[in-house]
Design a protein around this ligand. Sequence first.
Ligand SMILES: [Cu+2]
Length: 337
Amino acid sequence: MILILSILVGISIVVVFPTLSEAQLEQKTFVTHSGQVVYTSGDVLDPLSTASTVEFDPQKYLRDFNYGHISESKNGQTIRDFTIIAEDNKIQEISPGVFYNVWTFNGTVPGPTIRATEGDLVRIHFINNGSKSHTMHFHGIHKAEMDGVFEIVGPGGGQFTYEFEAGPVGVHPYHCHVMPLEEHISHGLYGVFIVDPKEGRPLADEMVMVLNGFDTDFDAENNFYAANTIPFYYQHHPIQIKTDELIRIYVVNMVEFDPINNFHLHGNLYHYYPTGTDTVPSTFTDMITLSQTERGIMEFQYTYPGKYLFHAHKVEFSEKGWTGLFLVQNSGDNQGN
Ligand SMILES: [Cu+2]
């Protein structure tokens, strides 16, 4: 009896958590925390050609930085104007055959990566075209009335202009701060705000990774996890980098419901700058663990070419989509080799 039970348990574990190598290749059936069975076709999801009402390209998002419309004040301060529009009616194919109502800033989850230099005047012209109230709350230093918590922006075209000096240097999340907060964040109203030091950072191949998850059956547990929204995306589309080239990743954990997330890099270690606020890394490691909205900057370079995994070492997350690959090519090779 015990033997039969243990075999059954073993089989169910294989069904719920198939091994990494086959997780994305075969039809997937898994039981959610509430007992619902989720089926996906096992096809590779192409986020650019689905029936979704969202156009989101994880390959483009990875290295896409929005510096705003730039002007200069009379006293020489750089002004950066951004227009951000919130909506809450879009449907996105989160996994093959699994559609979910995403709430978006400028049409995507995450919203655009907003980038400024320390001391710049940042002006966010926020328009709420959603059916619910929304706001933008930036992590960072600013006046109370610019905090996006008490200044609720009403649905159907409500507007607010957030204005603050960019600071401190680092990588910060922004997100809607309307209650119930869990609902507004888990549906996708978040993005990344990078504040560069005035003196700049050493030249690097820079990218942004937002660690997120989706609760598609509304049981306050995530069914899918990802770096940049689409489960397994960078496993099917490895991120191409070069040997001996400095890689800098701005990583932000926005996973709701789960208390922790993490980032493990294979075949290498990285210098890690928590929140990106210090010039000296706090650690040299291949594994960091992040609570919600914890973030930082990772820097590394590969000596040897080849394919290297990166993924959550929380295995449940990696087997439900939070896994990817770096394809490291020799610096001397031509593009596409
Ligand atoms: Cu909201």
